[in-house]
Design a protein. Structure first.
Length: 134
């Protein structure tokens, strides 16, 4: 997979969702209110899953069929390990992690789990998505 950058409005997110992996790990990075959960909704809906997608801030993980949606803002990688959720990354399906960081990327790479990293930046009235593979 090739790295790329794209600028889109919220109603154009399906363009990006179609270019992303359908399985494996997607790590979303960005400031508060940058659109991580909004992008997650677009990815899940692009897979044909009809669900009321919300941020798993307090539950840490939500499951939508074969998609696992994590928010590690409050507890980081240690929280994933402590809650027994890190083992999920060895399972088939798509794993989307909001607030993923370099520590998580390094741990995934240690276990030879490749991931797609998306940095989201606010760009005028749109968002800039920098997509790379680690």
């Amino acid at each position: 997979m090739q790295n790329f950058e794209i600028i889109l409005s919220e109603n154009e997110l399906e363009i990006l969702a179609k270019k992303l992996p359908k399985e494996g790990v997607i790590i979303l990075k960005g400031n508060l209110a940058s659109g991580k959960t909004t992008l997650t909704k677009a990815i899940i809906h692009n897979l044909g899953i009809i669900a009321n997608v919300s941020s798993p801030t307090f539950s840490v993980m939500q499951n939508y069929e074969d998609v696992f949606h994590y928010d590690i803002y409050q507890n980081g990688v240690d929280g994933l390990k402590k809650n027994g959720l890190f083992e999920n990354f060895f399972e088939d399906g798509l794993h989307i992690v909001e607030w993923g960081d370099d520590e998580l990327i390094a741990l995934l790479n240690k276990f030879e789990i490749k991931c797609c990293v998306i940095n989201i930046e606010i760009y005028e009235d749109k968002r800039k998505y920098k997509v790379s593979y680690a």
